[in-house]
Design a protein around this ligand. Structure first.
Ligand code: ADP
Length: 629
């Protein structure tokens, strides 16, 4: 399986190397949005300030116009007064000055202006509302005043000026006094401007009013008063000096340069500390926005100064807020992206796991199928093998039986000889018994019959072991006394051994060695070995067969030793069909079958040559388990 790693599983080293760049990019985005927020808020703030300033200018301009123009029409009405006209006639009627003074005093008292006065053709004040006061205008020569000259020329004169007697500033409005067509004098009113000074507070921001010459005549900041917004031209200076507009006060320069063509956008003034608006406050770096309005009725300019610092502080706050909000949103997006990435990785891992699982399952299923097939094949093979084993065992049993029968065949001659003798005796005794019965000698008959019965028993004893030996029985292991098996074998071969002149020395004692095997088969093995020993000693001068049994630590040992010709050189004794006997006497199967029988019991059969001559066959058998008491 060669699954590609999912793309999202970026190697940690690469992820680490890109992280500072991502952080830098995010900080840049936050910074940009913060700056954008600051600029947007600043722009909005500026717009609000401009709108606000526009409203303030409208309101305050209307108020100033109201104050200044409220009594501007009064001088025009003076010429309607008979007292005033009488004053200007020539010759002047007696008491006309006093009555004109009283009229003007009454009128001024009624409207509340600073003063109302009447000048003759030469500019001398003939009557004034303040005639009673020590600093009365009466007798003053005001021919240098611009409003007088304008009035004398038949027009309405109006301008700001500082009073020369009291030094009090005011707005002067003049009007010609006509007697018929001729201008005989000039009437003037001095309107006080204290009301405007009191209104500054209501405006809420620093402000000033400059006259037609650009000289500040009224201001919320006292230091600004009588300073020129822009340097005065020579004409203006001469005019001001001649008409003593500012009562010969020195006119300084305004602390900062103000743009003469001030548009609705206003003018930004940096370094606001120079304005001296709020000396107590740290003004370094503070900026003001100046807005202006031309007051149409007077020709004055109204300027207001809006502090930009609070707006800037608010803009910085908004910028910071935007940056923080952006940071939060980005953080949120990062968290969401991270969660989605983790989720995707989990899903991919799950998919991989499921894939691996499915592959594993199919592999297991394949293996299981293969194993089942193998198992079935093995079971079939086992069954076949068992079948073959059964067949083999049956064949072996048949072979063993055949070998037995072969032995029996060879024993038949001896057995026949052994049975012939009792049979002959029985024949003679039964003939005699008949004769004795005819003679009535019953006692001898009885004796003969007794002998016959004993002979029959003897024959039975000869036949019974043969029957037992010849019986075809399955090999069933059991506790077998080796001495019994040896005895049975010797009994069957007794005739043969005796005939061959062999001396049998049997050391086996009953109970001495008990092996775990089938007695019938053990007898067959022993008969084979004893018969072979007999054959080997056929030509030996000494014919001794020695049998011995013993129980050792690992089983039972049984030895059959002879004094025969010894084992053939290089002979494969236990190979089937190996024989040194002449044809018709041996098949060469005896030892092969004997070893098979012994091995089937879990034992072994060994052949050795004896040093003194002859051969010794050793049988090793498992010992029978000890019986539980
Ligand atoms: P068979 O007796 O039919 O020849 P066996 O398998 O019993 O077959 O014996 C094989 C051969 O082993 C015999 O032909 C003989 O040469 C040899 N042999 C068996 N027992 C002895 C013995 N006790 N001494 C010498 N040779 C023996």
């Amino acid at each position: 399986m060669s699954a590609q790693p999912p793309e999202s599983l970026v190697p940690p080293s690469r992820a680490l190397s890109t992280r500072p760049l991502i952080v830098l990019a995010l900080l840049l985005v936050i910074g940009l949005i913060g700056f954008g927020g600051y600029r947007a808020s600043e722009y909005q703030g500026m717009q609000t300030l401009r709108t606000d300033a526009g409203h303030r200018l409208d309101l305050f301009g209307a108020a100033v116009d109201g104050i200044v123009n409220r009594y501007a029409h009064i001088p025009a009405t003076i010429q309607l007064s008979e007292e005033v006209l009488a004053l200007l006639r020539k010759p002047r009627p007696a008491g006309s000055v006093a009555s004109a003074n009283r009229f003007l005093e009454r009128l001024n008292g009624h409207i509340g202006s600073l003063a109302i006065f009447v000048m003759d053709e030469r500019g001398t004040v003939l009557a004034s509302s303040n005639w009673k006061q020590p600093d009365s205008f009466v007798g003053e020569d005001l021919s240098f005043r611009s409003y007088y000259l304008t009035g004398l020329s038949g027009q309405v004169g109006r301008h700001f000026a500082i009073g020369i007697t009291q030094g009090e500033p005011g707005y002067y409005v003049s009007h010609p006094i006509r007697d018929g067509e001729r201008v005989v004098g000039v009437a003037a009113i001095k309107i006080g401007l204290a009301g405007i000074d009191q209104a500054w507070e209501l405006l809420g921001v620093p402000a000033l009013i400059a006259d037609e010459n650009g000289v500040v005549i009224l201001s919320s900041v006292p230091d600004w008063r009588y300073t020129a917004l822009s340097p005065l031209s020579l004409d203006s200076k001469v005019e001001a000096a001649v008409s003593r507009l500012y009562n010969n006060r020195p006119i300084g320069n305004f602390p900062v340069a103000i743009d003469a063509s001030l548009g609705p956008e206003g003018q930004e003034i940096h370094g606001g500390a120079r304005l001296g608006i709020a000396p107590g406050r740290a003004q370094l770096g503070s900026t003001y926005l100046v807005h202006g309005r031309q007051l149409s009725s007077t020709g004055w300019r109204l300027l207001i100064f809006s502090d930009l610092q609070p707006m800037r502080a608010q803009a910085i706050g908004h910028g910071a807020l935007a940056a923080v909000a952006t940071g939060c949103v980005l953080l949120l997006l990062l968290v969401v992206a991270q969660r989605r990435r983790i989720l995707r990785q989990k899903l991919e891992a799950k998919a991989l796991l499921e894939q691996a699982n499915a592959q594993l399952e199919s592999k297991v299923a394949r293996r299981t199928r293969a194993l089942t097939d193998t198992n079935a094949r093995l079971q079939k093979e086992v069954a076949e093998r068992q079948q073959a084993e059964q067949t083999l065992r049956a064949a072996q049993d048949e072979l063993v039986q055949a070998a037995k029968l072969a032995v029996l065949g060879q024993l038949a001659a001896g057995i026949t000889h052994e049975l012939a003798q009792p049979l002959g005796a029985m024949r003679t005794l039964s003939g005699n018994a008949i004769e004795f019965m005819k003679r009535g000698n019953l006692a001898t008959v009885e004796q003969n019959l007794g002998i016959i019965a004993r002979l029959a028993d003897q024959m039975g004893r000869i036949i019974t072991p043969l029957k037992t030996f010849a019986r075809k029985s399955p090999a069933i292991p059991a506790a077998t006394d080796v001495a019994h098996a040896v005895g049975a074998a010797l009994f069957l071969l007794d005739q043969r051994l005796a005939k061959a002149g062999i001396t049998v020395i049997n050391h086996c004692e009953p109970g001495q060695a008990v092996a775990w095997c089938d007695q019938n088969r053990l007898e067959q093995v022993l008969i084979n070995l004893i018969r072979n020993a007999g054959d080997a000693m056929a030509d030996s001068p000494t014919k001794t067969l020695t049998l011995a049994a013993a129980t050792t630590a690992d089983g039972v040992e049984l030895s059959i030793a002879d004094t025969g010709c010894g084992l053939p050189e290089g002979g494969a004794l236990f190979e089937p069909f190996f024989t040194t006997k002449p044809p018709g006497e041996g098949l060469g199967l005896g030892l092969a079958i004997s070893r098979d029988i012994v091995r089937e019991f879990g034992g072994d059969l060994r052949a050795d040559s004896r040093p003194e001559g002859g051969a010794c066959f050793s049988l090793h058998l498992p010992a029978a388990p000890k019986e539980q008491p």
